[in-house]
Write a protein that binds this ligand. Structure first.
Ligand code: ARG
Length: 465
């Protein structure tokens, strides 16, 4: 044996000099992939138990491995485990400690597997748990949003297009629009989970293994729906991570839209809502300031999440089959996406139920913006005018309102009749905000009774999850 051989490495046999110390640091992943230690141990336990059932390991060997891995887990949990960059990654850190603890039986654990199927298994297990945690927070946010909507199914606010006052809607209706975005996000997350939940274990390095392994057994032990089909694909596929990041980018895009509205609504210019002080911060120079930092930061964090999606797409682009070291770069973007999404959901799930709408100010804003002009046009259509002509008549009335500083509902009947003689006293019913929203009384419309029913259906969807 050459004295220059690198004996510290689990793969050191064919090497005649030690790894360059910079290269060692450059190629190591332990500082971030140690986050998957619990999943790595769960995968190893499933693998060892299957090897024993297949007659590759004896009962005693399995018992030693189980005992050793339990101790490794205990050391990691308690913080006494020594992570070493020389051992490159989470897999070799754990395996090497196992061998220290139980002797040469530890070296048998890697029979019939490779770090390539091992890491693919670990990421799927890790991400599956993360998805379930994210789904729970997303559901909590939806619950809070729907409850707030249900409490304000009849609170009138201006609805906007082009951020100009368009037609009155209810605050509950607006909040339920947010909930629809989140509902689709939840669906995408579950789609991602369903495709992710297959076991790559047994693919080994790329071609499978010569041992009589039972892939269905390890898949079942680890809670996967089934083993993956193709060993080459199993070790190289990171679609599930990309799908998850795509889900996350769209969720964050939705939360940035919600954030933007919250930021606008808390401004003195809108003054539609109040956020509790505990979700805001002050200014070190301007004593009057109360800044909506939480929604602003959520709005800002969409940047890194979108970036991670692009990073993973670019990582996988043009990669030849099967495993390539490039794939080690999948973890940091994925982990940061999980952390960011969980934090943002948590912040929103805590904050949204605490939003205090300023109902009078919202109503007043709807009243000021000629928001019932379409209702007047519809009224004239019911009197027999073609819609385009009605549109013209109301346009003139609005122009008069702009110059005289009056809303349509504030004009006298005589003034209104000056624009069209078919207008009668009953017009004031349709010009009121309440009349306007109540008239949009169909599935998906903003009539308060429709909004209340929609909130109930949304609640029912959550209950069925
Ligand atoms: N640390 C590696 C990763 O994260 C584990 C797999 C390494 N496999 C290999 N053949 N070098 O992808």
């Amino acid at each position: 044996m050459s004295n220059k051989q690198d004996t510290s490495k689990l793969w050191g046999g064919r090497f005649s000099e030690a790894t360059d110390s910079f290269v060692q640091r450059f190629t190591a992943s332990v500082n971030f992939d140690r986050r998957m230690a619990a999943e790595d141990i769960a995968g190893s336990l499933a693998h060892a138990e299957m090897l024993c059932a297949a007659g590759v390991l004896t009962q005693e060997e399995l018992a030693d491995i189980q005992r050793g891995l339990a101790q490794v887990q205990e050391e990691i949990t308690s913080g006494s485990f020594t992570w070493s960059v020389e051992l490159e990654d989470v897999h070799m850190n754990i395996e090497s400690r196992l061998t220290q603890l139980i002797g040469s039986t530890g070296k048998k654990l890697h029979t019939g597997r490779s770090r390539n199927d091992q890491v693919a298994t670990d990421i799927r297990l890790y991400l599956r748990a993360a998805i379930d945690a994210i789904a729970a927070e997303l559901t909590r946010l939806q619950q809070g949003t729907i409850d707030l909507a249900g409490r304000h199914s009849d609170a009138i606010m201006p609805g906007f297009t082009h951020l100009q006052t368009a037609q009155p809607v209810t605050f509950g209706h607006h909040l339920l629009a947010w909930n629809e975005m989140l509902e689709r996000d939840h669906g995408r997350l579950q789609d991602c989970r369903a495709r992710l939940n297959q076991s790559p274990l047994g693919a080994a390095a790329l071609a499978g293994t010569t041992y009589p392994i039972d892939r269905a057994r390890t898949a079942a032990t680890l809670g996967f729906d089934r083993p993956t089909e193709n060993s080459l694909d199993s070790v190289s596929d990171r679609d599930f991570a990309i799908e998850f990041c795509a889900f996350a980018a769209l969720l964050m895009t939705h939360m940035s839209r919600m954030s933007e509205e919250l930021v606008l609504w808390t401004s003195a210019q809108f003054n539609f809502i109040e956020l509790p002080d505990r979700f805001c911060t002050g200014s070190s120079i301007m004593p009057q300031k109360k800044n909506p930092d939480v929604p602003e930061l959520v709005r800002g964090k969409v940047g890194r999440v979108n970036g991670h999606l692009v990073a993973l797409l670019t990582l996988m682009k043009s990669q030849p089959l099967a495993y390539n070291k490039d794939n080690q770069e999948d973890k940091e973007p994925l982990f940061d996406t999980v952390d960011t999404v969980l934090d943002c959901l948590r912040a929103f799930a805590d904050m949204v139920p605490a939003i205090k709408p300023r109902i009078e100010q919202m109503r007043e804003a709807a009243r000021r913006g000629f928001s019932t002009a379409t209702d007047l046009a519809d009224y004239l259509v019911r009197q027999g005018l073609p819609f385009r002509d009605a549109h013209e008549v109301v346009g003139k009335a609005v122009a008069h309102g702009v110059s005289s500083g009056q809303d349509l509902a504030e004009m006298t009947l005589a003034t209104l009749q000056g624009f069209h003689p078919g207008i009668n006293a009953d017009v004031f019913e349709v010009l009121t905000l309440e009349g306007s929203v109540a008239a949009r009384d169909h599935l998906g419309g903003t009539a308060p009774r429709q909004v209340a029913a929609a909130a109930e259906r949304a609640r029912e969807r959550l209950r069925r999850r």
